[in-house]
Design a protein around this ligand. Structure first.
Ligand code: PLP
Length: 483
């Protein structure tokens, strides 16, 4: 039994394995970088650790050695009973939870701003999503976390629902009262599962909103790669208590994840957990300081508005992640996309994402004073040139939630055909349409395409650089269910 957060069972086993001069007659074919394609040869040191299930390296799908030990340490650090390493991002974890908890036609309660990761779970399981519509934050035009009473009311109106899913925080760093959501779910006898993809750092400093498991969640999925320092694609799925059957989640993960999980990804989960355990607080202290400096400086720039908890009063959104800077640029007369483009091209600054009216800049455990200064300088220059312009017209209101005619799975299985947008009114969509990032579907398969949805899609086509989901990425038309 491994006890100390000082240990890195998997990472240490991988490093030890790399020190041994084995004759290698196994996959992967690049043979620890020896046969890698030429452009990578100069960087191949890392590839030594790209291994497979070899003696001493355990097996993600039947962990009994170093992977089991590394998962136990992650569970201990985050206060879970069981933790699973994910090599297909939080996407795989969210799908596995939906599949483990819901069957065909069974209801899953979730906010409309849930990430599209949930869609795979809906199609695999056949579950019926019951979307809860959020309010939107004035000026920023972003979804507010669901109010506790909205969730409690939905739980009461849907006594047969199998599960409540929450997103904590949203892509914009906002958190509602998750404790109240957990209480509502548990009073109805159902689990609360949480997409905590953007909140893995919450557990390491009290300046952040409380982590999902501490609020009573039964499961939480965290993209350790996003804010915790592991490699892209590596995530954690935590379970706590008995409301979610760990054996079913494990089985679902075993078919939703590859049978060739990357040791680079898994060892990075072990290493990042170790780093957070030892130094998380100190690293986040520095991120908080830089974020507060930026928040202060950017708020002073004409034409820019930085989202803070002061904007959330009375809205039901209890907390905001202070290291996530949501910067509204509408009063510069430019879209968020345009400002992100200027920052990248003219100032060498890359932000996490842009939408029509905002930028989202992340200050994290690796952010330097130099990065922060570059963002401040870039925005100062852009503000100097553009402040006083006529503000960008606001985006249109989102269309009302359309009626769901089929479950996403039924729509997926139905025969379908492509129709020009103008002919889609009243038809049932066979595909999802998402703006990504933040990856929130505007249309789900199985939903009626209302005239309001068509108008909104036309606006998206004209104002948003790219959509994900539809077969026709230009959004001239949509695949609809035939008949
Ligand atoms: C809110 C939210 N949930 C889930 C995901 C999926 O996470 P991953 O990229 O780790 O699969 C994302 C990705 O951006 C996200 O923003």
């Amino acid at each position: 039994m491994i006890k100390s957060q000082e240990e890195t069972p998997l990472l240490a086993a991988v490093l030890e394995h790399c020190r041994r001069p084995y004759a290698r007659l196994h996959v992967p074919a690049h043979r620890q970088g020896q046969a890698v394609f030429a452009p990578w040869r100069r960087h191949r040191g890392f590839l030594k650790m790209d291994l497979t299930e070899l003696p001493g390296l355990d097996d993600l799908h039947a962990p009994a050695g170093v992977i089991a030990g590394a998962q136990e340490l992650a569970a201990a650090l985050f206060g879970a009973d069981t933790t699973f390493f994910l090599v297909n991002g939080s996407t795989a974890g969210i799908m596995a939870l939906v599949v483990a908890l819901c069957g065909p036609e069974e209801e899953l309660l979730l906010p409309r701003y849930a990430h599209r990761a949930v869609l795979g779970g809906l199609v695999f399981s056949g579950a019926r999503p019951v979307f809860l519509a959020p309010d939107y934050l004035e000026d920023f035009y972003i979804p507010l976390p669901l109010k506790a009473e909205t969730v409690a009311g939905a739980v009461r109106r849907h006594p047969a629902a199998k599960c409540l899913l929450a997103v904590h925080p949203t892509y914009y760093g906002l958190c509602g009262d998750l404790g109240a959501q957990a209480a509502a779910a548990h009073a109805a006898g159902i689990p609360l599962v949480v997409d905590e993809a953007h909140g893995v750092h919450f557990a390491f400093h009290e300046a952040f909103p409380p982590p999902a498991l501490a609020c009573g969640a039964d499961a939480a999925v965290q993209s350790l790669h996003k804010t915790g320092g592991s490699l892209t694609q590596s995530s954690l799925l935590h379970l706590k208590g008995a409301r979610v059957d760990a054996a079913r989640v494990k089985a679902a993960l075993s078919w939703l994840q590859t049978t060739s999980p990357s040791y680079l990804l898994m060892a990075s989960l072990d290493g990042a957990r170790w780093q957070l355990a030892r130094e998380g607080r100190r690293l986040l202290e520095s991120a908080l300081e830089l974020a507060s400096f930026l928040r202060r400086e950017i708020s002073r720039l004409p034409g820019l508005l930085v989202l803070g908890e002061e904007h959330l009063g009375g809205t039901g959104a209890a907390r905001a992640d202070p290291t996530r800077l949501v910067i509204n640029v509408r009063r510069l007369g430019l879209s968020g996309y345009a400002v992100a483009g200027l920052l990248a091209r003219e100032h060498g600054v890359l932000v996490e994402m842009a939408d029509y009216t905002n930028l989202v800049a992340l200050v994290g455990i690796g952010t330097t004073r130099r990065d922060a200064e570059a963002l401040r300088r870039g925005l100062k220059e852009i503000s100097r040139r553009h402040a006083g312009s006529r503000p960008l017209p606001p985006p249109p209101d989102l269309p009302p939630l359309p009626p769901a005619r089929l479950t996403p799975r039924e729509a997926w299985l139905a025969p379908c055909r492509y129709l020009p947008l103008a002919e889609c009114a009243g038809r049932v969509s066979a595909e999802a349409v998402c703006v990504s990032p933040p990856g929130i579907p505007l249309v789900y398969p199985g939903e009626e395409i209302t005239p309001e949805v068509i108008e909104y899609l036309k606006w998206l086509r004209a104002h948003v650089p790219a959509v994900q989901g539809p077969a026709d990425p230009r959004l001239e038309g949509i695949r609809v269910v035939d008949g």
